[in-house]
Design a protein around this ligand. Structure first.
Ligand SMILES: Cc1cc2nc3c(=O)[nH]c(=O)nc-3n(C[C@H](O)[C@H](O)[C@H](O)COP(=O)(O)O)c2cc1C
Ligand SMILES: [Fe+2]
Ligand SMILES: [Fe+2]
Length: 406
């Protein structure tokens, strides 16, 4: 659906594209689709902040053209060189070949891997550098590893807008551009869920850096009326809300509840999950059961992240973890979760191995564990079900104890 440029503040336009159909975003499932947001500032020097994914180049060019002839663009700021934001840069530069690109040093190095930069004017910027474009001054703040080494944010001082590239974004395709509109057309809860989903899947490893950078933004005294990310809704109603959510998550906030995440071949591990969940409930904690083969990995990651405790269930296949569980744990390990307590369960036939391997991965991740886990041969007997129930209770008590530390 073509969407026209939308003025987000006087003379500042969203000129991005809505990707209603994407369901696989670099392997991350996006059931709600996404948007690629970029922004055009109409001042003495017309300035474009970011571009979009290559197959949406025509959309952004059309949106820009609805406001101004793209040939008049003087500055192009690239806050983040990931493919979804730079791969239409050449289409923009074809129309505005004399524009100057402003980018971090690391960004420039990376950009050389995408384009021949010798034909373009490229200036590198660092934290504290400013660019005066007429009535407005833009200030840059590098945010390395949030979430790529080159990442930076751009602050429009007079308008009090922080352009944050991926940070504070959400994978949500919508006809709405703003948080308040989406909260009415959908719901605040759905928007919050999309924020948690994005944080869990992309930003989980970088909590410490998030705290440092938010403190740096506060120390600089940036007043913020609008947070304009590169995906999803723009925060104009209450940008403090998403800042608060990020700080909470970076500080280890989670629900005092349990996610039971498992897979199964012949339903024995699955049959263990039920009584374990009942044991958790008997201790008054909420819990939910997630079967990996029935759930997108990104959803399982999000549910893991919401809960203080997680139990991972896997049958043994050829002495080791079931592949979908191994995949989940590999994904999780890369996200370097903190402040969570975990345990493992599973059914085996003869030698076993999956529960042991789960704990090895937990140790690699440095997570708090409840040991031993629970495993049984073939089908759970009635006595095994009772033992699973007790294991759920014990685990829940440990979750509550651990939760007191937050
Ligand atoms: C969420 C995310 C995290 C990444 N983490 C790393 C990393 O830790 N180290 C690294 O060298 N590259 C990292 N990359 C960069 C990719 O490896 C890079 O974009 C590569 O070109 C992708 O190759 P592909 O096109 O075959 O998927 C990451 C990319 C994404 C999207
Ligand atoms: Fe990104
Ligand atoms: Fe992105």
């Amino acid at each position: 659906m073509p969407v026209k440029a939308v003025e987000i503040k006087k003379d500042i336009y969203w000129v991005g594209a809505v990707d209603w159909a994407v369901r696989d975003f670099h392997g991350y499932e996006t059931p709600r689709g996404t948007t690629y947001n970029n922004y055009l500032i109409m001042d003495d020097e017309i300035t474009l902040i970011d571009t979009v994914k290559y197959d949406f180049a025509t959309y952004t060019l059309k949106n820009i053209s609805g406001v101004v002839d793209p040939a008049r663009i003087k500055n192009v700021i690239i806050n983040h060189i990931e493919n979804d934001h730079v791969t239409s840069l050449d289409c923009v530069m074809d129309l505005a070949p004399n524009a100057t690109i402003y980018i971090s040093e690391k960004g420039k190095k990376g950009l050389e891997r995408f384009f021949d930069l010798s034909r373009w004017n490229v200036k590198t910027v660092k934290t504290g550098d400013t660019l005066t474009i007429g009535k407005r001054t833009l200030e840059f703040l590098e945010t390395p590893m949030l979430h790529w080494p080159d990442s930076m944010v751009t602050y429009a001082r007079e308008d009090k807008i922080l352009f944050t590239q991926d940070a504070f974004g959400q994978h949500v395709a919508s006809a709405n551009r703003f948080d308040d509109e989406y909260e009415i057309s959908n719901s605040p809860v759905e928007l919050e869920d999309a924020v948690v989903d994005y944080y869990a899947n992309i930003l989980m490893p970088f909590g410490q850096m998030i705290k440092t950078k938010i403190a740096e933004i506060q120390a600089k005294g940036f007043e913020i009326d609008i947070i304009a990310p590169d995906h999803g809704l723009i925060w104009r109603k209450d940008p403090g809300k998403v800042l608060g959510m990020y700080l909470d998550m970076a500080n280890g906030k989670a629900r005092e509840s349990v996610a039971i995440i498992y897979d199964t071949m012949w339903q024995s591990t699955e049959k263990m999950a039920g009584p374990i969940a009942e044991g958790v409930r008997a201790e008054g904690l909420n819990c939910q059961i997630i079967k990996l083969r029935a759930t997108p990995t990104s959803v399982a990651i999000k549910e893991f992240w919401k809960c203080r405790g997680a139990l991972i269930g896997s049958p043994t296949l050829n002495n080791i973890l079931f592949p979908s569980v191994a995949e989940f744990l590999t994904h999780l390990r890369g996200l370097r979760p903190k402040n969570r307590i975990v345990g493992a369960f599973g059914s085996f036939g003869w030698g076993g191995g999956a529960v042991k391997e789960s704990y090895e991965v937990f140790k690699q991740m440095g997570l708090q564990t409840v040991e031993p886990g629970i495993q049984l041969a073939y089908r759970p007997s009635l006595a095994d079900e009772e033992a699973c129930f007790e294991f759920g209770r014990t685990f829940a008590r440990q979750v509550s104890e651990y939760h007191k530390g937050f």
